[in-house]
Every structure is written in C-alpha cells, then in structure tokens.
Ligand binder design. Structure first.
Ligand SMILES: Cc1cc2nc3c(=O)[nH]c(=O)nc-3n(C[C@H](O)[C@H](O)[C@H](O)COP(=O)(O)OP(=O)(O)OC[C@H]3O[C@@H](n4cnc5c(N)ncnc54)[C@H](O)[C@@H]3O)c2cc1C
Length: 416
C-alpha cells in the first residue's frame, strides 16, 4: 500500500460549526454581487471585506500569526461551501491561502512569518504563487526564470504567467533557477517591488470574477532575507504547496456539484415537457442520480485527503520545536516522507476525481436545463465554464494520473 488507512473523525466542535455557519452567511450575502461581477467580467472586490470580517482570509493560519488556527478539515469544509458560489471565488482562496499563506506557514522562518502573515490575514496583503511559465507548465523543473546574487540581494529575471490574484497588491512566492547551479530556490516577493510588472490576462473561458496575471521580473532585487526555505530546495517548497492547492480544488469541486444538484433538482421539478415535470423522466433522473453519486465519492476523498494533510501539519509543527528542523525534513526523514507521500497521493487522487466529476456534473446540469442552461446567467452554465480549468491547474489531470501510478508502482516506474 502506498498509504496507511488512517482513522478519521468528522465530528465538528462548536467552534468549527460556528465558523462554518459564518462562511455560509458570507456566501449568501455575496451571491448576487458574485453573479454581477462574473457577468461583467470584473474582479469581485467584495470578497476581501466580506470574508475578512469572519476571519476566512486566515482560516488555517496559526493564531500567533493573525489567523484563526483552524484545522485542515474545517478549511476544506469552508472551501466546499465557497465552491458552491463558484470556482472563481474558491480559486481566490486556493491561491491566497492554500498555495499562498500555507506555503509561508510551512516553510518561512519566524521573522518572515511575523513580517508577512498578519497582513495576509487581515486582507491588506493578498498572496499569489508564481511558478508557471509560458514554456514550463507541467514540468516546472524546466523553468527559465533565473536569479543571481548581487550584494545583499537576489536579482530575479524571467516571466511567469496565469498567476492568480497577480494584480492584487500583496506578496507572492516566486520560483527561479540559480544562474550558476541551475537549482531552483523560492523567494518571497512584494508584488509592488521595483522590477515587477503584472499585466492582467484577458479572454479567459471562465473564472471571470477572479484575475490572473502575466508577471515580468526585470532585474527585480529581492532582499536576501526573503529566501524561502533552503537555497536550492525551491521545487520541494512548490510541490508541497500543490498538495494544499489540490486539496482545495477537490473540496471546492464538491461544493460545485452540490450547487449543480440543488439547481438541477429545483429546475427539473418546475419545468414541464410532454405533460409532466422533467424530474419524472427516467433519463433526467439518471443525471440527478449520477450527480448525487459523484458528490459522495468526491466528498469522502476530499475529507480523507484533509485528514492526511492535518497529520502532516501536526508532525511538521512538532519538528519545528527542535533546532535544525528544516535540515532534518530535507534529509530523508522516513516519518516525514511517509506522511508527506500519504498527503500528496490522497490530495492528487481527490483532485483528479473531484475535478473530473464536477466538470461532468456541471455538463449534466446544463443538459437538464437545456437552452436555459446555455447562458452565463444560469449558475450551472458558470459552473460548466469554471470547472474546465480545474482539470488543468494545480497539476493537469494527466500528470496527476502519472504521479498516482508512480506512487503505486514505485518511482523507478515514473513515466514523466
Ligand atoms: C485558470 C488558471 C489559473 C492558474 N493559476 C496559476 C497560478 O496561480 N500560479 C501558477 O504558477 N500557475 C497557475 N496556472 C498554471 C497551471 O498550473 C498550468 O496551466 C498547468 O500546470 C499546466 O501547464 P500548461 O498549461 O503549460 O500545460 P502543459 O504542461 O503544456 O500540458 C498540456 C497538456 O499535456 C499534458 N501533459 C503534460 N506533460 C505530460 C506527460 N508527461 N504525459 C502526458 N501528458 C502530459 C497535460 O496534462 C495537459 O493536458 C493556472 C492555470 C489556469 C488555466
């Protein structure tokens, strides 16, 4: 087995329930504005204040650094709820928190956390993750962005694209190759720093209320203290971020399917054709049953992945109480490696399954709605357009299949 069966408990504490009910209220409040922004293709500027008020901007970030310090299952449940409002809004949080704040929480030193995290939790600074380049997507090791040491700085050069939240002020983690050694390092970079130029990417198919940017680094001098993790270990930082990113996509996809089901049930009961409600027709019932089945299978994969991620988090935080933890984790530490592999494989499986299922469910819903579902004014149409991205980003699904296979077969069978 490539992972151990772990005990899971999904009993929620009163604190978790209370938080999730606040997320639910915030989602209800923002729904009309989200639709308006989507149709106008403009950034939903109410997401930050609305969710900032309830602490969602720092949900799994430690209390010490300005967050709520909630566990990964609660965060996944919040992402599931937000996913019902659309993958665009969920993507904002995936980028800001999952592949943003959690990267700092996992890898930054105490000074870096103190400097960066509190302002990300109160919404003054919104995070981004800058890994992908025009010629380096599924294979980030082939990136061409570089850095070199100059005095007290590392100077970055190169181009990244598709960077979520890239046009919103804040900090981002950037991944670049050492010009001398070719090894990748990770850096914390202010999006307003001199030498950073972000331009919004236009003509997206979906996710229209969030923004992606192409970002140019033109001799951008980053203070040496902003090196994140160990020099030359940047890909390990990036790949660990993607575990969280995939988990968030899986949880959000469950929410998408829940919304598709709710919309489809309501519509199919009210729409009459051939003398009775669509909901009475067996072929329509097949669509509804398949969505319900996909919700359940995806939900448990997502929760299980969240439980594995929490175990990894608890282990790493425990290690941090001892000197030299970063060194120890980067050396082959069997316990850490096993927990990381478990979280990694479960997040990949959950993301692969839930993203594929949610795209198909959204398509089924559009089918039930007929022509009414072929306009962006229909929630199911927006889910259909948005879920298309979820099988591509945070690891395209073909690459995830290869990854899952090599985790089962052993790395010597790696097909990429
Ligand atoms: C909406 C959106 C938001 C994004 N946000 C971010 C972000 O915030 N930060 C960031 O850094 N990046 C972001 N990305 C980029 C995203 O991570 C990449 O698009 C993704 O990694 C795939 O890379 P690519 O698009 O270059 O496709 P490619 O790598 O060129 O792949 C094209 C196709 O080939 C397949 N493929 C690739 N290699 C193999 C192989 N070895 N075997 C079989 N099939 C293979 C892929 O699965 C895919 O189907 C975003 C992308 C989108 C669409």
């Amino acid at each position: 087995m490539y992972y151990n069966m772990s005990r899971m408990s999904f009993e929620l504490s009163p604190e978790q329930r209370e938080f999730l009910s606040k997320v639910d209220s915030a989602c209800r409040e923002i729904r009309p504005h989200e639709e308006e922004c989507y149709l106008a293709e403009k950034l939903n500027d109410r997401v930050i204040p609305t969710f900032g008020r309830i602490g969602m901007l720092g949900c799994p970030v430690s209390k010490k650094h300005g967050g709520l310090g909630l566990d990964m299952l609660t965060y996944a449940l919040a992402m599931e709820r937000i996913g019902r409002e659309g993958s665009g809004m969920r993507t904002f949080f995936s980028v800001h928190t999952s592949i943003g704040q959690l990267v700092l929480q996992g890898w930054a030193c105490e000074e870096q956390k103190k400097e960066c995290l509190p302002s990300t939790c109160n919404g003054k600074s919104i995070m981004s993750f800058a890994l992908t380049e025009p010629d380096a997507g599924s294979d980030p090791a082939s990136m061409t962005a570089t850095f070199e040491e100059r005095g007290n700085s590392y100077v970055l050069k190169g181009k990244k694209h598709w960077i979520g939240n890239g046009t919103i002020p804040g900090v981002m983690t950037v991944y670049a190759k050492d010009r001398e050694t070719g090894k990748v390092s990770a850096f914390i970079v202010d999006k307003n720093a001199r030498g950073v130029r972000a331009e919004e990417m236009k003509n997206k198919v979906g996710l229209l209320s969030v923004k992606n940017a192409e970002i140019l680094f033109e001799d951008c001098a980053v203070p040496k203290k902003n090196l994140l993790g160990q020099k030359g270990k940047g890909l390990s930082v990036a790949y660990s971020a993607l575990i969280d990113g995939r988990l968030s996509v899986a949880a959000g996809a469950v929410g998408v399917m829940e919304d598709c089901l709710a919309e489809t049930v309501e519509y199919s009961k009210s729409r009459l054709q051939h003398g009775s409600a669509l909901a009475k027709k067996q072929l329509i019932q097949e669509h509804i049953a398949r969505i319900a089945i996909d919700i359940e299978s995806s939900r448990w994969l997502a929760y299980r992945a969240a439980a594995a991620r929490q175990k990894l988090h608890d282990y790493v935080e425990g290690q941090k109480e001892r000197e030299g933890w970063l060194d120890r984790l980067n050396r082959s530490n069997t316990e850490y490696a096993a927990l990381r592999a478990e979280a990694d494989s479960l997040a990949a499986i959950a993301k692969f399954h839930a993203s594929n299922r949610s795209f198909e469910c959204a398509s089924r819903s559009v089918q039930v709605f007929g022509s009414t579902g072929y306009r962006k004014t229909a929630r199911v149409a927006r889910h259909f357009l948005d879920t298309r991205a979820t099988t591509i980003y945070e690891g395209a699904n073909e690459v995830l299949e290869l990854k899952i296979a090599s985790m089962v077969l052993g790395n010597e069978y790696s097909a990429y």
